[in-house]
Ligand binder design. Structure first.
Ligand code: ADP
Ligand code: ZN
Length: 289
């Protein structure tokens, strides 16, 4: 059985054909331009491929409330051409198959839960630190949506003493995303994050903010595993720093087997950056049932 998957991002759209074993059999990538330019290319790709259903793991904010008139829409995105765009409706109309829909980060989490490092978990968190910061949450075996979906990147940070950076979030300035996203690193240090690999000061500060956020998620959501993905997390030296600082910040308050084995608790994404598209394929499989 073949399924279509789309990882819809603000800069690129990745379209794949996959199967129920999570195997990706074919893929196509195009830049995200306007819906008028980009949608026909994606529809052409999936037409005649005999897919049983389509799954979309989408940048947001998006409307996931099935009782809402605008379910399946991209809503208030800063990518203005896609604002109030009915992406689910457009694919349903053109392809005539069921369409599963969720956030890009819930998609990545679903990929990891189904085929990756979180297979045995019912409560898990996936955080991406890239152009933006966002997180997907599974609780009690269900992806968390709530009134909209969690926006884990926009929580308030306790600013490190002496840190005068004004932050990059247009809404909150120095929220987590404003302080720790790839563009924030670049603006603060005047170089791309990838060119700063050898500068220990950069990763010391970065890991302090990431550990603060993870400690808050641990205290509020109690995940059994935390998976960190996105471009910035390719800096592997962040992991030991983050693990150490999370334990310091929790200060012995929580005693769990997971925290006792922190190397297997705060982990890198395990699917070679395919977690998002594999999750999209799983969204398709679940939409067909
Ligand atoms: P997006 O968030 O747009 O989907 P990425 O997750 O690749 O894409 O994030 C892009 C951001 O991550 C950019 O700000 C870039 O500077 C940063 N980045 C990409 N690769 C690396 C790397 N190897 N090391 C550090 N930062 C990186
Ligand atoms: Zn913010």
């Amino acid at each position: 059985m073949l399924y279509g998957g789309i990882e819809a991002g603000g800069t690129k759209m990745i379209c794949v054909i996959g199967n129920e074993n999570g195997e990706i059999l074919d893929r196509m990538q195009i830049p995200t331009k306007t819906p008028e330019e980009t949608m026909p290319l994606m529809i052409d790709y999936f037409k005649d491929k005999d897919i049983k259903a389509l799954g979309i793991a989408c940048f947001g904010p998006i409307d996931l409330d099935k009782t809402s008139k605008t379910y399946g829409y991209i809503t208030s995105t800063p990518k203005l051409a896609w604002k109030n765009y009915d992406i689910v409706g457009a694919f349903k109309k053109e392809l005539g198959v069921p369409v599963g829909f969720d956030t890009d980060v819930n998609g990545s989490l679903l990929g990891e839960i189904t085929w990756g490092c979180a297979k045995d978990k019912t409560d898990a968190l996936y955080l991406t630190i890239g152009t933006g910061i966002g997180g997907g949450v599974m609780t009690g075996g269900k992806l968390l949506h709530g009134m909209l979906h969690p926006e884990l990147g926009h929580i308030k940070m306790a600013i490190v003493e002496g840190d005068t950076y004004k932050g990059k979030c247009p809404y909150h300035g120095t929220c987590f995303e404003g302080m720790a996203s790839g563009p924030a690193i670049e603006e603060r240090w005047g170089k791309k994050a990838i060119e700063l690999s050898d500068n220990d000061e950069v990763w010391d500060l970065e890991s302090t903010y990431i550990a603060q956020a993870l400690s808050m998620y641990i205290l509020t959501l109690s995940p059994q595993i935390i998976i960190l993905g996105g471009g910035v997390m390719h800096q592997q030296q962040l992991f030991p720093l983050i693990r150490k600082k999370v334990l310091e910040q929790l200060n012995g308050y929580l005693i769990t087997k997971e925290l006792a084995d922190i190397d297997n608790y705060i982990v890198p994404a395990s699917l070679n950056d395919d977690q998002g598209i594999m999750g999209a394929v799983k969204l398709a499989i679940d939409a067909e049932i």
